[in-house]
Design a binder for this molecule. Sequence first.
Ligand code: FES
Length: 341
Amino acid sequence: MKSTPEAPTVAAVSVDDMRERIRRKSHLKGRQPEDAAMAEVAQLLGPRPATGLRRDLLIEYLHRLNDHFGVLHDRHLVALARQMNLPMAEVYEVASFYHHFDIVRGDDAVAPRLVLRVCDSLSCSLAGARELLAALPERLRAMNLGGGLGDVQVQAVPCVGRCEQAPVAVVHQCPVLHATVDAVLDAVNLKPNRALALHPKALVAINFDVATLAGQCVPVQPDGVSPAHTDLATYRAHGGYQTAAALVNGEMDAEAVLAAMENSGLRGLGGAGFPAGRKWRIVREQAALAEPQAAPSDTGAFGGTAVMAVNIDEGEPGTFKDRTYLERDPHRFLEGVLIAA
Ligand code: FES
């Protein structure tokens, strides 16, 4: 008679052992959020909605942390990632992309009293940014600011979007245009700490009349840092948001908008000069827009909800066309987005 092979021995593992094993493994996957940091982040972000924190608000949450603490502490990024249910790498990637966020490591790190950024991208380098960066630390030291140079941090940063006003330094949030060493030191004297060096606000509302300005250059404002802009009330007073409302209310149809776009001759400025009206029509003809709930089909049509993304990044050297327009006439842009959507 054939003998039955002995069953292999299996070590018995209790539920507690398993839990401990999982806990150890998850520790290995990265830094775990600390209770105190979780509480600080939760307090700043306010009550958590039942559906969870919105992922598309990540930058807003980072701003809230940065404004409150002066820097982004790595412990808060870990806590934020946990609270948003996002991978830490994703939060870190966004936080480290923007020059106006400072990530500091370690619990003892403190925010500098003031951060002084000098753009060293192409336009500013050509206009003297390197010389500024070389001269500023010595001159700041000579100013004897009280807290020492460590208290005012000088950083070289990529393009801050003001290439036509190069070289540009930014004292915390306040830009110094056509910056010289003396102008930067004056700004540091005037705005010696973060609370004072916030971005200046435009005081007056103007009606930015595109038709009047067509073919001319944008008027230079006395305060070039934060030019006067068309605010919501002024925009509405001049008929703003009426086209978007007419579309929503069914008083105007999409075909009329497409025809207006096509007849306008408007073309994209991305290089190909593609007619904007034609692009809108092609997108509208996609099956996913006609039937938002449609499943992916054999015909290659996309299923699911269509999402419109607006690109206003100006990474190319010397580009600032969108900023010039956006900061002066923001509601026209927002209404355009609503109409396109
Ligand atoms: S290169 Fe300096 S602001 Fe753009």
